[in-house]
Design a protein around this ligand. Structure first.
Ligand code: TYD
Ligand code: MG
Length: 471
């Protein structure tokens, strides 16, 4: 009987018995490709010792306990980058770095290559997008032209692997970008999912066999996914995204997946005329230019991994002229905004049904912590009431559907950071377990969202006859 061919989604790996235009599993269009049914197992080696079946080689299983070498890491010396990778590059590991075009991926990697080369490492930078002269020009602009980095503009994976394995393999190889690579072993046009996957496979094999750390640059699609096969994300050891918006100078490096380190650490950079510079104290940066007297701004004492980060949350609540009021949010989860608004209405007694609501996290940062609920709520109430919050206060706490303010983790670190930046008070969950003694910052416990509404309303400036403070 003829074996039916299988069609495999090159993006997510789902298998179909016949071709179709759209993958039901991941929603990708035109991602199915016919693949030969797996070849019969090539000549079983040596015969099974004692297995009786004659197929496969018998190998010894080992216990969990035993000698394991802690992978020696290669630190780049760029502290913000090393923080995200978990203390440096692990030899033989493959890192995929994604980000919008023009966000600074090539700049960051040029700087990382130069930093490593200056520490004596062998480094290769393979550009598939730019000519050698362009890469040189960038290096000159960054003041790094003297670093000993091996440079090439190549796109064929076999050639690249052959070159890099000729002589001592480099410690670090950057491939900019994986979408431009093609392998002659794969019959598909460059840039297609099959090619990207095939090229990534070859480069990953190269990394594992030589111990070279390989960094693959990946393009992202409009909705922020790394373009091409999702399976590449599964194949690599770490996926890092480089974020930021073009209107701001801040760039945030964030680990999405990391087999050798934490995934919640961020590295903060600032794009300057001479490349990316590290931002050692991001809180000060994100709070710069704050309007202390306006209603509708609250400072959130957040955490990004092990690092506390203070950011300003801005809200604007204004009467709506539309039948369905607008809700717009930048830098935060719209679903959480809806939830906080619902809780403020149901438990805090506010009427927001005929108001437009806008929420913005200043500086282009994106927050995902539930602990931001209380700060967002404070900003919203402050804007609605036209009552500026105290400029010396930070807020953190999770808001439950009952209106209760729930405790959050790592309160001491948040308070310490607030103290460092000159804040005097923190409005936090009353039930904070590890309520610490942080003398510079007085803790103000809050049990219920209604208490927040009451305290903010009490700060309303003497009535100017119902005039709204929102312009
Ligand atoms: P680039 O690293 O080429 O982005 P990507 O590889 O992610 O596409 O960075 C491009 C942008 O960075 C470009 O708009 C110019 C800006 N830039 C600076 O502002 N300062 C610099 O020193 C450099 C090299 C680039
Ligand atoms: Mg680039």
């Amino acid at each position: 009987m003829a074996r039916s061919p299988s069609f495999i989604c090159q993006s997510c790996g789902a298998i179909y018995s016949r071709w179709q235009g759209k993958c039901d599993a991941c929603g990708g269009w035109n991602t199915l490709a016919q693949e030969a049914a797996s070849a019969p197992v090539a000549g079983a080696r040596g015969g099974g010792r004692g297995s009786g079946t004659g197929k496969g080689r018998v190998f010894a299983l080992e216990g969990l306990k035993g000698a394991s070498e802690e992978a020696p890491r290669v630190a780049s010396g760029i502290a913000e980058l090393d923080r995200v990778t978990g203390g440096g590059f692990v030899p033989g590991s493959v890192i995929l770095i994604g980000g919008d075009p023009g966000i600074g991926k090539s700049t960051l990697l040029t700087q990382a290559c130069a930093a490593l080369a200056r520490r004596g490492a062998r480094v290769a930078y393979i550009s598939g997008e730019e000519a050698v002269a362009q890469v040189r020009l960038r290096a000159e602009r960054l003041g790094l032209a003297d670093a000993q980095v091996g440079l090439a503009a190549e796109t064929n994976v076999e050639d690249i692997v052959a070159t890099l394995t000729d002589g001592a393999p480099p410690h670090l190889a950057v491939i900019d970008s994986i979408q431009t690579m093609w392998s002659s072993a794969v019959e598909a046009a460059p840039g297609t999912v099959t090619q990207v996957r095939g090229s990534a496979q070859s480069l990953i094999r190269f990394a594992k066999t030589t111990g070279t750390t390989v960094i693959l640059v990946g393009h992202v699609t409009k909705d922020g996914q790394i373009a091409g096969p999702r399976v590449v994300e599964h194949m690599v050891d770490a996926v890092v995204s480089f974020e930021g918006d073009s209107g701001h100078h801040f760039r945030i490096l964030r680990a999405v997946k990391n087999r050798f380190g934490p995934t919640d650490e961020i590295g903060v950079f600032e794009m300057t005329g001479r490349g990316l510079s590290e931002v050692a104290n991001p809180s000060a940066l994100f709070l710069a230019g704050r309007d202390l007297s306006a209603p509708g701004t609250a400072v959130f004492a957040g955490m990004e991994g092990t690092r506390p980060l203070l950011v300003e949350i801005q809200a604007l609540v204004a009467p709506s002229s539309l039948g369905t009021p607008r809700r717009a949010v930048v830098g935060w989860d719209p679903a959480r905004l809806s939830m906080v608004l619902a809780v403020l209405e149901a438990r805090g007694g506010l009427k927001l049904g005929s108001h437009d609501v806008y929420l913005n996290v200043a500086g282009g940062l994106r927050i995902s912590e539930p602990a931001a609920d209380l700060a967002a709520a404070a900003a919203l109430v402050s804007s609605l009431a036209g009552a500026p919050l105290s400029p010396e206060t930070v807020y953190f706490g999770e808001v439950g559907l009952s209106g209760a303010i729930r405790p959050v983790a790592q309160a001491p670190a948040r308070l310490k950071e607030a103290g460092k930046l000159g804040f005097a008070r923190a409005v936090a969950p009353a039930s904070l377990k590890d309520a610490p003694d942080t003398p510079p910052v007085a803790l103000e416990g809050l049990g219920h969202i209604a208490d927040l509404v009451a305290t903010v309303a009490a700060r309303r400036p003497p009535a100017r006859d119902g005039a709204s403070a929102n312009r």
